[in-house]
Design a protein around this ligand. Sequence first.
Ligand code: ASN
Ligand code: ZN
Length: 322
Amino acid sequence: ADAARRTLMEQRAVEEHRKQRRTAPAPGPGTALTPKIRRTVFDAGQKQELPGTPVRTEGAPPTSDPAVDEAYDGLGATYALFSDAYGRSSVDGAGRPLHATVHYGRDYDNAFWDGNQMVLGDGDGEVFQRFSKSLTVIGHELTHGVIQYTARLVYQDQAGALNESVSDVFGALVEQKLLGQSAREASWLIGEGLFTPEVNGRGLRSMSAPGTAYDDDVLGKDPQPADMSGYVETSSDNGGVHLNSGIPNRAFYLAASRLGGYAWERAGQIWYDTITEPNFPADCTFSLFAAATVTAAEKRYGAGGPESSAVQAAWKEVNVMV
Ligand code: ASN
Ligand code: ZN
C-alpha cells in the first residue's frame, strides 16, 4: 500500500510539473535569463568625491530630493529603452547595476560617465539648472557606458564624434520612447530646458538642425556643423568631438524622419546593430560608420528596402557619402 501511495504521489508530482510547463508563459524577447534592473543613486553633497552616500536603492520609494528621483527614474527609462527595444540588459548587456551620483561639486555645469557610473552636477543656476532635469542627458551619459562595452569608439577626432553622436542618438531615443513621441513629434534636442530662463537657448544641441540650439550674448551661437562642409578641424575637446557630432546626429535624424514612426524602432535598431557588430573598429571614421549602418540595415531589413535607402540618403544629405 505504501509503495502504491508513493507511486500515486510521484505521478501527481509529475502531472503538476507538466501542467506548470504547459501553463508557464513563453519567454518574450529578452526575458529569459535577462537580469532585472538594479539601481543606486548616491549623493555627493556638493563634494567631488565618488560615489558619495547611497540615498535610494532599487525598489525604495521616492525621496524628497528631486535630483535623486529624477536620476533614479532616468536610469529606469534608459534601462527600459535598451531592454525593451533591443533586448539588452543594462550597459554591459549582463544586468550590471546602474549607479548615479547627484549633487556632484558646487555649481557644477556638466554631467559625465566616468567609466563606471554616471555623475550629475547641480548647474550654477545662472546658465544651467540641475542636469538630472534632462532625460536626454541621462540617456547620453549611460550610452557612453553601453559604447564602452560594445563599439569601444576611441574618444578622439571622428571616432570620438561618433561616440558623442551615438550617445546623443540613444539619449534622444530614451526620451522619445518614454514620452511616446514619433520622429515627427520629437524635439530632437539634447538637454532641452536645461538652460535657465536667462539664457537664449532651447537646449545643448539640436540633432535636426545642428548649430541652432542656442544663440546667446554670453554663450555665443551654437557652433555645431550640420554637414561635412562645416567639419571643424581643432585640437581642443579631443578634436571637436562635441561639435562634429552634429553631422552624424543629423544623419540619424534624417534617416529616422524619412522612415517615420517611432525612431527607436527601425532607425534605432540599425544604429544599435551597428555598434554591437562584433568586429566594429574602435577608430571608426564617419565614412566607415555610414557604410556600416547601410550594411546593418540591409542585414536586418533586406537590401534595396526602404530602411537601407533611408539610411543611405541621410548620409548623402550630410555629405558623408557620395
Ligand atoms: N557631458 C559631457 C559628455 O558626456 C562630459 C564630457 O565631455 N566629459 O560628453
Ligand atoms: Zn558625451
